[in-house]
Design a protein around this ligand. Sequence first.
Ligand code: GRF
Length: 211
Amino acid sequence: MLRLAILVSGGGTNLQAIIDAIAQGRITNAQIAAVISNNPGAYALERAKQAGIPHICVSPKSYAQRSEFNAALLQTIRSCEPDLIVLAGCMVVLPQELIQAYAGKIINIHPALIPSFCGKGYYGLHVHEKVLERGVKLTGATVHFADEGTDTGPIILQKAVEVKQDDTPQTLQRRVMEEAEWNILPEAINLIANGRVRIKDGKTIIDGGEA
Ligand code: GRF
């Protein structure tokens, strides 16, 4: 059983998609060991509570120094003994120490098709605002391994989503979640939990192909 630590900051719809996929058998060989939020008000914590999953908040506001918060976050994660850390709408800039300690064991969902609309400043609704500003016809979501860079790690899965002429950042965000994020994040976890994802030369290889 792959032990998952899921890091969240907000509504937790991606967390919910993972909870549901485990319950429905679309993710096998994995269990959620803990949900960790930096934001005490995150509805994701309530979702974890309702599902009977251990959950904890580690807020930067509780620490005088960023380094103290980083150490507490790392300690909390270590105590969950995770095999895989899933960033599911996690808005925290991860400490380098954490990334190094769990190299190849952290995945992130990004709401665009990397390498488009990613990197510094591209998070949350901003991504969709930029997509609409540029007028691209397709966007989507990407699940990738996290490394020291911003959105630069090996890509695991991607799914394209149509941009509509009358989209607002909010309607586009919702469609990207429904059609892409909530599908490919559970799917990527299932692939990893079943030993089907390898990293070679900075790219991933999915044994047996996708899905
Ligand atoms: C998602 O769009 C995710 O890609 C982005 O933040 C959002 C999180 O939503 N990084 P939720 O908390 O899973 O509902």
